[in-house]
Structure formats: structure tokens, C-alpha cells
Design a protein around this ligand. Structure first.
Ligand code: MN
Ligand code: MN
Length: 304
């Protein structure tokens, strides 16, 4: 691939597997958005396998690389130059090093003034990503899609259930302007600082009501959006480490993302896709499509 703009239409089933057929490069000249993979799953508490997430999502992304997405009907790559920056490199036997490597890797892209989209990996990768984004954007509002709050107090382990216990303590995010959507596992309502729209409520509410809640919660703050694929019901995302029944549909979350297109979303990650438990690429395709939705948001903003 030569040009950073436009599309190159390989046959869907052929060719090299970069994300959405973008140029594979670490040259950030003229780049608006860098997509990077983080094949890290050492913080997994149940089933490992999210280290294969970036590879699975790249493969599935070829399915949505060539046509204008519904309902946007424009080519985001006419407005945005997007590259596949490749994966974070770390020593698998040293997960502590992995965290500093992720932060350093993200820092290079952010210091160049580029928008970063990260594809996990287990959800723990969001903590070093928040640290890297905080250096450039200050304290952020978090919009968090997940079956789990990931606020469990754990000071001693690398554990993908505790990032949002640490992030407010480190001053990276403001829970008073943050919201979690799709939760359906243990949390104590009265001692929980984040607003929660649990999965049962989210399934009953129309998307536009959820959009309004997100907008009024985050206000004008810079927003970091983190999407744990297990927010989706296992029917829509079986390929993940800790599936929980009673989740949201892909349709609902895409509508919500479309609805928040005017928020100042400065960072985005999609985590916990574990292809070894997937069927027919359902989960990887959902992951690729959710990331693409964010690219449409950016394309819409750049279009003006
Ligand atoms: Mn999570
Ligand atoms: Mn989760």
C-alpha cells in the first residue's frame, strides 16, 4: 500500500492482514490515526487467549474494509489517514515490563500528536494507556462498556479486574464524570463512584436515553472510551475470557456509539477479544466493527 488515504481493495479473503487493509508502518508522517495491537493477556483471571485478539480482529476487519459503512455512506479514509502501527512488543514472561512497554509505545504515538486506537489484549492494558493519555490530555472522563466494573481493589497483582480502582486513585480519570454501561456482575451501588447503567437497564432503555445519560455525565471533558467486548451478550461475543449472560446486543452498542459522535473522544480501546473461544469470527467481527464505528466518528468530526 502506497497512499495513506483511500482504499485498496484486495479480495476479501486474500492479502496481508493489516487492520482494515491500512498501510503497516511505524512512520507517522501525515498520519491522523494509528491503530496498534496489544497482544497481552497476563492479567487474565479466567480464560486466557486475548493475546490473539489483535490478530483475530485484523483478520475479521477485512470483512468491513471495502464498503462504506451503514448508515454513514461515506468513506472515512477519504478524510482520515489511518495506519496499522503493528503490535506492542514485550517479554511475555515479564508482565510488569509489559505495562511500561505499553505506556512507552502509546506515548510515542501520542507525543507525535496522533490519535491512538488500541486493540487488546486483556483489559489491564487500559491502565498504561490511560497513564499515557493523561500525560497529553490531563484528567479524563471514562466511558466504559463492560459486564464488569473492573474497580475491585487489588494493590498486589496484575489483574484485569482492578484498573478502574487504580485510575481514579492515580488521578487519571474523574469517576464523577465517568459512566459504565452493561454491568451485570457484583458491585456495591452506594460505595461506587461511577454512574452505572447496568445491563438490565441498558437492555430496557432505548439507545437515545443511554446517549443522553452519557452526554450529561461526561460534559465537556476529554473522553477516553474503553470497550470490553464482554459488554456484549455471549450470543454476540462468545470469544472472550469471562463471558456473562444477559448482555447487550451489537446493534444497541453501535447505535450508542453513533449517538455520541460529537463528544471529545481523545482515546479509544477495544479489549478482551479471545479468538480461541470464538465461533465463526463473531466476536472478532464485532470488535473490528466497533473500532470502525469510532473511525466513522473521527471521520465525521474531521469532515465538519
Ligand atoms: Mn473489563
Ligand atoms: Mn469484562
Amino acid at each position: 500500500r502506497e497512499d495513506l488515504y483511500g482504499r485498496s481493495n484486495d479480495m476479501g479473503f486474500s492479502g496481508a492482514l493489516s487492520f482494515l487493509r491500512r498501510k503497516y508502518t511505524r512512520d507517522l508522517t501525515g498520519v491522523d490515526v494509528a491503530v496498534t495491537g496489544i497482544p497481552f493477556d497476563s492479567a487474565t483471571s479466567n480464560r486466557p487467549g486475548a493475546r490473539f485478539g489483535p490478530r483475530g480482529i485484523r483478520a475479521a476487519s477485512t470483512e468491513v474494509a471495502s464498503l462504506d459503512g451503514f448508515p454513514f455512506n461515506f468513506n472515512p479514509f477519504d478524510h482520515l489517514s489511518v495506519v496499522d502501527y503493528g503490535d506492542v512488543d514485550y517479554t511475555p514472561g515479564k508482565p510488569e515490563d509489559g505495562l511500561s512497554e505499553i505506556e512507552k509505545h502509546a506515548g510515542i504515538i501520542l507525543a507525535a500528536g496522533k490519535t491512538l486506537i488500541s486493540v487488546g489484549g486483556d483489559h489491564f492494558v487500559t491502565l498504561p494507556l490511560l497513564r499515557a493519555h493523561h500525560k497529553h490530555h490531563g484528567k479524563m472522563a471514562l466511558v466504559h462498556f463492560d459486564a464488569h466494573t473492573d474497580t475491585y481493589p487489588n494493590d498486589h497483582e496484575i489483574d484485569h479486574g482492578c484498573m478502574f480502582y487504580h485510575a481514579p486513585k492515580e488521578g487519571l480519570i474523574d469517576p464523577a464524570h465517568s459512566i459504565q454501561i452493561g454491568i451485570r456482575t457484583e458491585y456495591k451501588k452506594d460505595s461506587h463512584e461511577f454512574q452505572v447503567i447496568d445491563a438490565a437497564e441498558a437492555n430496557d432503555l432505548p439507545a437515545k436515553e443511554i446517549i443522553k445519560s452519557i452526554q450529561s455525565r461526561v460534559g465537556d471533558m476529554p473522553v477516553y472510551l474503553t470497550f470490553d467486548i464482554d459488554c456484549l451478550d455471549p450470543a454476540y461475543a462468545p470469544g472472550t475470557g469471562t463471558p456473562v449472560v444477559g448482555g447487550m446486543s451489537t446493534d444497541k452498542v453501535l447505535k450508542i456509539l453513533r449517538g455520541v459522535k460529537d463528544l471529545n473522544i481523545i482515546g479509544f480501546d477495544l479489549v478482551e477479544v479471545a479468538p480461541p473461544y470464538d465461533h465463526a469470527d463473531v466476536t472478532s467481527l464485532a470488535g473490528a466493527s466497533i473500532v470502525l464505528e469510532y473511525l466513522y466518528i473521527l471521520g465525521h468530526q474531521k469532515q465538519g
